[in-house]
Design a protein around this ligand. Structure first.
Ligand code: DX5
Ligand code: ZN
Length: 219
């Protein structure tokens, strides 16, 4: 299947959010990537339910919600009610990850687990069959516009080979520092979903940048 492009709303113009949502609606993008940060797990505060609900009212594509928060269990049902289609929690924020994944599925959403740059993919071995997606963070959580960490490529390849037999449908998403310069390598390594914030919203034509990212091939 062709890879998916998930523009990160964090880089949108929040004073013109509806305009930027319509841009994504009418582009070749596949998902809305929605970054929620609590100022505790991540060293930044982004936005919460009212903004997410406003995005949902206009978005015509699935919401891919990336929770960079401690205690995500406490809020799974509210994120599902606010319109999340995919909910991704951080491995580093979950003491009972298996229970959290079950709660996401029980709320009717697809479940993902995100790994910080220092967290080895091997730690997911015993939960891989329960997941719909793994998000490889290719920057440290907190901000758009950071530089891509090259070791992420090795993590993607390793994860892809780990998943081949046990969960061939597993989606591998990559997030942070992605643009036209490294999209091909990421797809070649085994990524299926590319998140991009700065590369899209900082481009002269965001719509064209989305189309270019969609056209990249993994060789
Ligand atoms: C970082 C967020 C990313 C961020 C990506 O904590 O999870 O989704 O918005 O932004 P760029 O593409 O600018 O690195
Ligand atoms: Zn993100």
């Amino acid at each position: 299947m062709k890879h998916l492009i998930a523009p990160s709303v964090l880089s949108a113009d929040f004073a013109n959010l509806q305009r930027d949502i319509e841009m994504i609606n009418s582009s070749e993008a596949d998902w809305f990537h929605v970054d929620v940060m609590d100022g505790v797990f991540a060293p930044n505060i982004s936005f919460g339910f009212p903004v997410m609900e406003a995005i949902k009212r206009h978005a015509k594509k699935p919401l891919d919600v990336h929770l960079m928060i401690v205690n995500p269990d406490q809020y799974i049902e509210r994120f599902a009610a606010a319109g999340a289609d995919v909910i991704t929690v951080h491995y580093e924020a979950c003491t009972h990850l298996h229970r959290t994944i079950q709660a996401i599925h029980a709320a009717g959403c697809k479940a993902g687990v995100a790994l910080n740059p220092h967290t080895p993919v091997a730690l997911l071995k015993d939960i891989l069959t329960d997941l719909d997606m793994v998000l490889i963070m290719s920057v440290n959580p907190g901000f758009g516009g950071q530089q891509f960490i090259p070791n992420s490529l090795r993590k993607i390849s390793l994860l892809r080979s780990m998943a081949t037999h046990v969960n061939p449908d597993l989606k591998i998403e990559v997030d942070g520092g992605i643009g036209i310069h490294n999209a091909g390598q990421l797809l070649e390594a085994g990524a299926d979903v590319l998140v991009a914030g700065n590369a899209i919203f900082g481009a002269a034509s965001p719509t064209e940048m989305i189309a270019e990212l969609k056209q990249v091939s993994g060789g």
